[in-house]
Structure formats: structure tokens, C-alpha cells
Design a protein around this ligand. Structure first.
Ligand code: SF4
Ligand code: F3S
Ligand code: ZN
Length: 103
């Protein structure tokens, strides 16, 4: 599962689609965590898609990640500022790849 304390335990190494990327990143095998308020551990995401289907405000967009061992696309929190903290994505992700800092 994603580390809920990633902000303490990791370092910001990049920006992507308007959000932070938390390392380590070593493409294509290691992609880090994307986003801060809505954070997706790209190294855990296996492209289930439930988060994209269920988010009521369309926070997530697919991004292509060719060569990653878990899956060749990831749910990117491209619109994390729109999040209304409903926690649906956290509940539906089968591999607990998402952390939402709701309160
Ligand atoms: Fe979307 Fe709700 Fe997840 Fe926020 S907590 S990203 S609004 S599903
Ligand atoms: Fe990935 Fe979980 Fe969404 S596996 S696509 S973050 S439901
Ligand atoms: Zn991203």
C-alpha cells in the first residue's frame, strides 16, 4: 500500500501535470508517487481503473507508462485541486495505491 507518510519519507524530485512527483524515480521501472493532496503510488497502481470510473469530479487521467512492471498506464491525479475528499477512490482501489489527505 501507499505510504501515508510519504511527504516525510520521500523527496520531491519533479513536477508533472501541475503536481509534485515524490521519488525515488528511475524510469521506466520506478515512477514514484504522483500528487500530494491526492497521491497515487505509480509503482503500486496496476491500472484497475476504478478510481477513474468512480471519482465524481474526474480528478484522474490515464498516463502511459511503457515498460513499468505493474502496468503500462497509471491513474494520474491531474486535477487534484478539484478533489472533494469523498474518499471513494481510496476505498475502491484494489491495491491501496491512493492516499487522500482529507482532513
Ligand atoms: Fe475523487 Fe473523491 Fe478520490 Fe477526491 S477522494 S480524488 S473526489 S474519488
Ligand atoms: Fe490504479 Fe488503483 Fe486507480 S490500481 S487505476 S490507482 S483504482
Ligand atoms: Zn503525474
Amino acid at each position: 500500500a501507499i505510504d501515508p507518510h510519504f511527504e516525510q519519507n520521500r523527496e520531491k524530485v519533479d513536477q508533472h501535470n501541475g503536481h509534485d512527483v515524490w521519488g525515488p524515480v528511475d524510469e521506466p521501472e520506478s515512477l514514484g508517487i504522483h500528487g500530494t493532496h491526492v497521491a497515487v503510488d505509480f509503482d503500486i497502481c496496476l491500472a484497475d481503473g476504478a478510481c477513474l470510473e468512480d471519482c465524481p469530479v474526474d480528478v484522474f487521467e490515464w498516463v502511459e507508462t511503457p515498460g513499468h512492471p505493474e502496468s503500462e498506464m497509471k491513474a494520474d491525479p491531474a486535477n487534484e485541486s478539484q478533489c472533494i475528499d469523498c474518499m471513494l477512490c481510496v476505498d475502491v482501489c484494489p491495491v491501496d495505491a491512493i492516499d487522500v489527505d482529507g482532513s
